[in-house]
Design a binder for this molecule. Structure first.
Ligand code: 13P
Ligand code: SF4
Length: 350
């Protein structure tokens, strides 16, 4: 097997040989060993925008998870090929909303609310869910434009179905739009029913019962413990964290927002961050002048993001160069044509 140095040299050689024909986007949660070869890094929104703008790359080796590569495929031309260096790099949250469950839910919502409801989906969802949302006039959202998109959605319809992350939906509705919790219902896709005990006619937002298994690990108990030992610590979390956690934190926002906020902070300031481990560790390394820790002392890793490592990157670039298409991500045209409607409604406003 090859040493790290040999693998790195091979990656660099393939990049040099393919030049502008190859483009490597990398999400902020990717490992350093992968991020160092990325041509662009970003949060989900920026990576979607970059994919839409890039017209020259023939091959896109997407260092992120499956739904991001699907989004890149939908937003690029037919000729541009998108690859995921490890096909097992999924997202457990995206897998929590299945299209058949969604169709069943929609039927009940139509019976309950008639034509007063618009679907929105977090980009962390399958292409089939984006297509569903696109078909019914809705849009995608990311953690950096959820407020703007929710505000837009309420200009279209009285009610919103928000897929698949209940936490991003609830946090945005509660903290950005001041919607009371009593006006939010949860939809349980397993038993195909509401989890709600008030008057259903008053409901403004129906939250799909999905979550991120990484961000659920940042708890109110973590914050309470820190407030006792380090009262001068600023707490900043991703809005995929539970409502109770965001309520106690000082700041909440997307991965880019977290990076920018700490970038602008005073030297000597203290920060506890509630998001994925690779990003937290990178921020710690880049700011030796600040005291930074993970909000959960047991660093929380996204196991699927971490499946993309240096050996997989090298292997996939090698395959791309050889003309092998094993890691190709190709969204069927029938799905892509509706999914792009949902994505474009967001990109026009983001
Ligand atoms: P952002 O980078 O858009 O904040 O998303 C976080 C995330 O969980 C991606 O899977
Ligand atoms: Fe999915 Fe959570 Fe991993 Fe993001 S951090 S890719 S939402 S499991």
């Amino acid at each position: 097997s090859l040493s790290v140095k040999e693998m790195e040299e091979r990656v660099l050689k393939i990049k040099a040989r393919l030049g502008k024909r190859l483009f490597i986007p990398g999400h902020h949660y990717q490992k350093d060993e992968v991020i160092k070869f990325a041509d662009a890094t970003g949060d989900s929104l920026k990576l979607a925008q970059i994919s839409a703008q890039n017209k020259e790359a023939e091959f896109i080796a997407f260092c992120g998870v499956h739904f991001m590569a699907e989004t890149a495929d939908i937003l690029t031309t037919q000729e541009q090929l998108v690859f995921l260096p490890d096909m097992r790099a999924g997202c457990s949250m995206a897998d929590m909303a299945d299209i058949n469950q969604t169709e069943r839910c929609w039927k009940v919502l139509q019976e309950t609310f008639g034509d007063t409801i618009l679907p929105l989906t977090y980009v962390n969802s399958t292409a089939a869910i984006k297509a569903f949302v696109g078909k019914y006039g809705g849009a995608t959202v990311t953690s950096s434009n959820a407020k703007k998109m929710l505000e837009w959605a309420f200009t279209q319809k009285e009610r919103i179905l928000f897929l698949p992350d209940q936490h991003l939906g609830r946090n945005t509705a509660a903290f950005e739009l001041d919607i009371p919790l009593e006006e939010m219902a949860v939809w349980n896709p397993i038993n195909n029913s509401f989890e709600f005990d008030g008057n259903i006619d008053n409901v403004k937002i129906i939250l799909w019962k999905g979550h991120c298994s990484v961000h659920e690990n940042f708890t109110p108990a973590n914050i309470e413990a820190l407030r006792k030992t380090k009262p001068d610590m600023n707490i900043i979390v991703h809005p995929e964290c539970p409502y109770e956690t965001v309520a106690l934190a000082d700041f909440a926002g997307s991965t880019s927002y977290i990076i920018d906020t700490i970038e602008k902070a005073q030297p000597g300031s203290k920060w506890a961050i509630g998001t994925e481990m690779n990003l937290v560790q990178r921020i710690i390394q880049e700011h030796p002048d600040k005291e930074i820790v993970s909000l959960n002392p047991h660093l929380c890793a996204c196991l699927t993001m971490n499946r993309i490592d240096l050996p997989h990157l090298l292997w996939s670039l090698d395959m791309i160069e050889k003309g092998e298409r094993g890691q190709l991500i190709k969204v069927p045209d029938q799905i892509a044509k509706d999914a792009v409607l949902a994505l474009n409604r967001m990109l026009e406003r983001a």
